[in-house]
Design a binder for this molecule. Structure first.
Ligand SMILES: C[S@@+](CC[C@H](N)C(=O)[O-])C[C@H]1O[C@@H](n2cnc3c(N)ncnc32)[C@H](O)[C@@H]1O
Length: 253
């Protein structure tokens, strides 16, 4: 299970974040060199009573290279998903996203639901074994199906707060089995039909494998074309790490 350690940064000027900056050893260019020096910069404090304070910390750590895009995704989900909600994991893989979602929807009455799917038997087995032993696991419904068919597994009329795609291949699995632009597009279209107002479609896109860049271009193109009166679409991307995963959020107004 991915543990999220949220570090908050109290009081501007009283607590500091240490940042390593590169310094020039041989050339006049100060931006590309191998030695580092440490300077201490003040780090603003999130408002204690802000509902977004945890997210602010994760975002700051992402910006400074200390948190991964997956951790940002989970943090954003946490601010959208409520106990008892229905959510969809469109690519359950090894089950880490499914487990994170289960923790978000899990409620005393067990009315929360995670509809999770994958086309690979190995992925479903890995997800099942990750959930094994949890009494809340009955809230997870696993399906051996393509995400383009998500409307066939999510009961009609249910309010879906989150649909999450984590694209590419199964980590530790067969790298030739990857999500494909054509079915990802169908899956995204289905997601736009089932996600409720105030809900989110979260897209984690990997570009380092064959076909990944084309898939990313499709995802970005689809998100860019959604009507602005119904959708707010944005992305987080590391500009100088061209193979880093790109995170997109499609938020239903
Ligand atoms: C990057 S992994 C997902 C990681 C997962 N979310 C986790 O937390 O471990 C991508 C997964 O997408 C699955 N996949 C590929 N094509 C799919 C499709 N059309 N529908 C559903 N899952 C698919 C792969 O089998 C693989 O397990």
């Amino acid at each position: 299970m991915m543990m999220m350690s949220l570090r908050c940064y109290p009081v501007l000027g009283t607590k500091i974040l240490s940042i390593s900056l590169l310094s020039s050893s041989s050339s006049s260019s100060s931006s590309h060199n191998s030695k580092s020096s440490h300077i201490n910069l003040p780090h603003p404090e999130p408002e204690e009573d802000s509902p977004l304070s945890g997210l602010e910390c994760v975002m700051m750590d992402y910006i400074f290279g200390k948190k991964k895009a997956t951790q940002v995704a989970h943090s954003v989900w946490k601010h959208v998903v409520q106990k008892g909600d229905t959510v969809v994991d469109a690519t359950c893989g090894n089950g880490y996203d499914t487990l994170a979602m289960l923790n978000m929807v899990s409620d005393k009455s067990h009315s929360g639901r995670v509809y999770a799917m994958d086309i690979q038997e190995t992925a479903l087995k890995n997800t099942m074994s990750l959930l094994d032993g949890l009494c809340e696991k009955e809230m997870v419904k696993l399906f051996a199906t393509c995400h383009s068919k998500m409307e066939e597994v999510v009961p009609r009329g249910v309010t879906v707060r989150l649909v999450a795609f984590n694209l590419g291949y199964l980590p530790g699995g067969d790298k030739t089995v990857i999500t494909k632009s054509e079915t990802t597009l169908l899956g995204m279209e289905a997601a736009t039909r089932i996600v409720a107002a105030g809900g989110v479609i979260s897209m984690m896109v990997y570009v380092g494998h064959p076909g990944g860049m084309e898939e990313y271009e499709m995802v970005e193109g689809f998100a860019s074309g959604l009507p602005v009166d119904k959708w707010i679409c944005c992305k987080l991307q590391m500009l100088n790490r061209p193979l880093a995963p790109i995170l997109l959020f499609l938020c239903r107004r």
